[in-house]
Ligand binder design. Structure first.
Ligand code: ACO
Length: 335
């Protein structure tokens, strides 16, 4: 069995900064409410004419990751792309990245696991490397939320939370014993699927039907979130899946050098930090600047933590995510 290791990371966020005050001009909300409930101060939104899309942002993050991994695009054996906001209904963003980066014909997999998407994608990549089938896998999480949010007061409990951006990692066969992905842990519970969902356009809700119905209250082409129900499940599942990762590797909470939780809500991260009695240095949060970027949130945060020198060689790094599905997941790595 081989081990896989992150050898390079990159991130990209659009230049356009949208503050809470900016949102309060579009809907009945305010900076105090958003900061108190979520910790978010600002987020990035794609501008219509800036050339960005979910796949394009993924390419920008991936290009940096490849440079840092010191490998060429010809060395990539597979692409795994996680997103809930693909450019097209089909095909997926993975094949777009393959074409945009002029990577040779290779397998490209799209992962549809929302906020847990990056950890799922990392796990998929890890399995292919562990078995010896592939040496270098490009793992990307990218989201263009802003194009699909209800920017009126009706959608305020969802739309203030989400931001756009992308993060990428090159996962490579590890040459150094003891370094790399130690384990990944994936879960789902589909009975709560519609508690955090976007129903259409889809085969259940085609566009003509959506236009014809256009109900005032239940609009299926904007995301729906049962916020408090999601919050309660998130804190429970985050805790469980972090513990599962630690136990699988005979580690204690005190062994964690850096926990990078999915940036769903600062209050969720703070709850986990308090529960596990972790110090500020052991948990990385950047939701304040970027909002919740779903599948991009963990790779953006992990990349930024590394860039700031907060993750060092040999550190025990734990990733944990929870989101729509419900799905939840963790990964434990020796950096
Ligand atoms: N500005 C001002 N007021 C608002 C806003 C807003 N943006 N949004 C809602 N309100 C109001 C509500 O209407 C409500 O008013 P009322 O009391 O008069 O009815 C009041 O604020 C409280 O609303 P709640 O929804 O109860 O607020 P809550 O404290 O639950 O916070 C939030 C909402 C931030 C969404 C929280 O529930 C949350 O973070 N949930 C979890 C999110 C999460 O983890 N998602 C998973 C990942 S995302 C993914 O997978 C795609």
């Amino acid at each position: 069995m081989y081990t896989s290791r992150i050898t390079g990371m990159g991130k990209y966020v659009p230049e356009n900064v949208v503050t809470n005050d900016d949102l309060s001009k579009l809907m009945d909300t305010n900076d105090a409410w958003i900061q108190e409930r979520t910790g978010i101060k600002e987020r990035r939104h794609i501008k219509k004419d800036d050339g960005n899309s979910t796949a394009v942002m993924g390419v920008k993050a991936a290009t940096i990751a490849l440079e840092r991994a010191k490998i060429s695009k010809d060395d990539i054996d597979m692409i795994v792309f996680a997103t809930l906001s693909p450019d097209y209904y089909f095909p997926g963003c993975g094949v777009q990245v393959q074409e945009m980066m002029e990577i040779h014909t290779c397998p490209a997999i799209d992962v549809r696991n929302q906020c847990s998407g990056f950890v799922y994608a990392l796990s998929v990549a890890d399995q292919f490397i562990k078995t010896g089938m592939y040496k270098n896998v490009l793992v990307i999480g990218s989201e263009n939320h802003s194009g699909g949010l209800d920017m009126t007061t009706r959608g305020r409990s969802v739309s203030v939370i989400f931001g756009d951006g992308a993060g990428a990692a090159v996962l490579s066969r590890s040459e150094e014993n003891g370094h790399g992905v130690l384990s990944t842990h994936l879960h789902s519970e589909g009975k709560h699927a519609l508690e955090l969902s976007l129903k259409g356009p889809s085969t259940m809700h085609w566009v003509p039907e959506l236009i014809e119905q256009n109900p005032q209250e239940d609009i299926p082409y904007y995301p729906y979130m049962n916020g408090q129900f999601v919050f309660k499940n998130a804190v429970r599942r985050f805790s469980e899946v972090i513990m599962q990762g630690l136990e699988a590797n005979d580690l204690q909470v005190s062994d964690i050098d850096m926990l990078v939780p999915h940036q769903a809500n600062l209050r969720i991260s703070q709850f986990i930090q308090k529960k596990f009695q972790l110090t500020d240095d052991q948990v990385y949060n950047n939701i304040q600047k970027y909002g919740n970027t779903t599948a991009a949130s963990i790779p953006i945060a992990l990349c930024e933590a590394w860039e700031e020198g907060k993750i060092k060689d040999g550190d025990t790094v734990v990733l944990a995510a929870f989101g729509s599905g419900f799905t939840w997941a963790s990964a434990v790595m020796k950096w």
